[in-house]
Design a protein around this ligand. Structure first.
Ligand SMILES: Nc1ncnc2c1ncn2[C@@H]1O[C@H](COP(=O)(O)OP(=O)(O)OP(=O)(O)O)[C@@H](O)[C@H]1O
Length: 361
């Protein structure tokens, strides 16, 4: 076959725009292969952040254009990921095998932080990343229930380290796997923080692009100690639109600012209620609160998740909506938020070499 000029293909690919792309695919150096094999065009991308949904859109939007331009019979598309390790807050040392840590926090309890953390972790995974989830919500470890793993216990092969519990492809650990329900509630602050840091350091995490940490709610001493001791890349705040939750979310952002941890943005949970009968959207907890808070603190509103019975039911049954109803509008929303988080982390952060040293506490 004669040599074909691939520059028009690259130019079509570089013209592709998407909310996750602050730079185009050419500038990102994401087009790793663009060549011919027996009348078929091979296009291979390697992305530094999870990008599956956008990759589907790219194919839909550009396949016909490229075929027309090249007269190829078909395109064989593929995508791989080489997820970037980003600079950690306060130059902290990394956890072995963990590239990036995202702390999910809320100023106030009960706003849906754990529900959001679980669905987001699974959404990041569906978008192409290797993900772990650490339930640091010591006073209400709900992750095992939400993942249907309540009866499981991590093994300790050497009496010091723990093997994580695998659930739907996520590597997880939770205080809920280790102590009887209710026992951790009586721990004093330092004991609780120590236990969590131990879980973080002593779990035999497989290679992870992101470890999502479901932080304990509130902005007290435990949260401050944890925020300072965990090598996080950035934090994400979950709130409801209610004034009382927003005031506490504000305290959360202020706490992270104080210890130099970037707040990537705010997720508004229970933003509006969707009526199961007529589909009507009702803003029962108020409107625009999280948007205004984000503006005030120069951060972004990463997404708005509705209040819906099926979201709660799926979690109660141990099958988060992203798994139970992957094609639902809710799962799409979680994937959209996950994509925003991953691309914002990449474009706002500084890429560093992975650090494989082990921390001791
Ligand atoms: N968007 C939603 N729609 C319906 N139910 C929800 C939604 N978000 C959370 N819930 C339900 O609200 C309850 C509290 O949620 P969750 O445990 O995630 O809150 P939390 O902020 O982590 O709480 P805590 O502060 O106790 O850790 C759960 O029963 C959960 O299923």
């Amino acid at each position: 076959m004669s040599v074909i000029d691939i520059s028009p293909i690259k130019s079509i690919l570089s013209e592709f725009t998407h909310p996750t792309l602050a730079k185009n695919l050419l500038e990102l150096n994401a087009i790793k292969k663009c060549s011919w094999e027996e009348n078929e065009l091979i296009i291979k991308l390697v992305m530094p952040f999870p990008w599956q949904t956008a990759f589907d859109v790219l194919q839909q939007e550009t396949t016909d254009k490229i075929l027309k331009q090249t007269h190829a019979k078909a395109i064989r598309w593929s995508i791989n990921y080489d997820i970037a390790t980003l600079k950690r807050a306060n130059e902290q040392q990394a956890i072995k095998n963990v590239k990036n840590i995202i702390a999910i926090s809320s100023g106030k309890g009960g706003v849906g932080k754990s529900s959001t953390a679980v669905n987001l972790a699974l959404a990041l995974q569906q978008e192409g990343a290797k993900v772990g989830l650490l339930d640091a919500d010591i006073y209400g470890p709900s992750i095992p229930t939400m993942l249907g793993t309540v009866d499981q216990h991590p093994l300790t092969p050497d009496n010091q380290h723990m093997t994580p519990i695998m659930a739907y492809g996520l590597a997880t650990n939770s205080i809920g796997y280790l102590v009887e329900q209710g026992n951790a509630m009586v721990w004093r602050g330092p004991m609780a923080s120590k236990a969590l840091l131990q879980m973080l350091n002593d779990t035999l995490w497989p290679e992870l692009d992101y470890l999502v940490i479901d932080m304990p709610p509130g902005t007290g001493d435990i949260q401050l100690t944890l925020a300072q001791s965990i090598p996080v890349t950035a934090s994400v705040i979950v709130t409801t639109p209610q004034d009382i939750a927003l005031i506490d979310a504000q305290k959360g952002i202020a706490m992270f600012n104080k210890v130099n941890i970037p707040t990537l943005g705010i997720i508004e949970n229970m933003s509006y209620h969707i009526c199961e009968n007529c589909g009507h959207h009702e803003t029962i907890f108020g409107e625009n609160g999280a948007q205004e808070l984000a503006q005030q603190y120069h951060t972004s509103l990463l997404g708005q998740i509705p209040l819906h019975r099926s979201l709660r039911q799926d979690l109660d049954q141990g099958q988060p909506t992203v798994i139970k109803q992957p094609d639902s509008e809710f799962a799409n929303l979680y994937r959209q938020v996950a994509d925003r988080i991953a691309s914002a982390l990449y474009f706002q952060g500084k890429v560093i070499l992975p650090d494989i040293s082990i921390r001791t506490i």
